[in-house]
Design a protein around this ligand. Structure first.
Ligand code: CA
Length: 233
């Protein structure tokens, strides 16, 4: 599957130059003129890599990088810089970029950097699979350590809540009836009211939703039950 790459850069000529060269190599390219709109796009789309200019109107590339890293620990970030900056600091813990390119650069260098990063990310993903890591939007479920994260923040969940989230993340977009959730999470021999599902869902929404009364992640399917809204692809 072709990787999706976002370019965040206010100069349209540079965006165009990068776009042409990435598309020529089979990548799917998105563009943003500002850091704010770039962050929005990452939240909406399932993106693999962000090529991020430092000098931007509004919030600068450093701030964008820090925000993205907090919310999307696994996204690849390549910084574009025209200045002679302390790149160790940019790529270190403070901002957490994966690589950088100094302007002006040639198309070959750009494509090589992107390919190298995808290779490194691919290796990381293989390891993730061994550890059974599930990802969906800002959420990461680690079956190895049985931990659940939203961005960089760990969310405390009960074992039942954990298993509901796991069921959802393994089956994004699928509507589950309350009976199905009961069977899958509580087991077939459970005898009791399906209201217990609603209680658990309400508690989960309070833990993971920005606004629990207008849930973005766990959707109510009227007359049936619930479904997990994965990131838009
Ligand atoms: Ca710029």
């Amino acid at each position: 599957m072709a990787e999706k790459i976002l370019i965040v850069e206010d100069e349209s000529s540079i965006r165009g130059f990068i776009r042409i060269n990435l598309e020529r190599n089979g990548y799917i390219v998105f563009e943003a003129e500002t850091g704010e709109s770039g962050i929005e796009l990452v939240r909406e789309q399932h993106l693999d890599i962000v090529i991020l200019d430092i000098m931007l109107p509004g919030i600068d590339g450093f701030e964008v990088c820090r925000t993205l890293r907090e919310e999307f620990p696994l996204i690849g970030i390549i910084m574009l810089t025209a200045r002679d900056l302390d790149m160790d600091r940019i790529m270190g813990l403070e901002f957490g970029a994966d690589d950088y390119i100094v302007k002006p650069f040639n198309p070959m260098e750009l494509v090589l950097r992107v390919e190298a990063l995808i290779r490194r990310m691919g290796n990381a993903l293989d390891t993730d699979e061994e550890h059974q890591i599930l990802k969906s939007g800002p959420f990461v479920l680690d079956n190895y350590s049985q931990k659940f994260f939203k961005g960089a923040r760990e969310i405390d969940v009960t074992p039942k809540e954990y298993n509901i989230i796991k069921l959802f993340m393994e089956n994004p977009y699928r509507a589950f009836s309350r009976d199905e959730i009961l069977d899958q999470v509580w087991g077939y021999d459970y005898i009791g009211d399906t209201k217990i599902i609603d209680v658990n869902i309400r508690r989960l929404r309070r833990k993971i939703e920005d606004c629990p009364s207008e849930p973005k992640f766990i959707e109510t399917v009227w007359g049936i039950g619930y479904r997990w809204k994965g990131p838009k692809d």
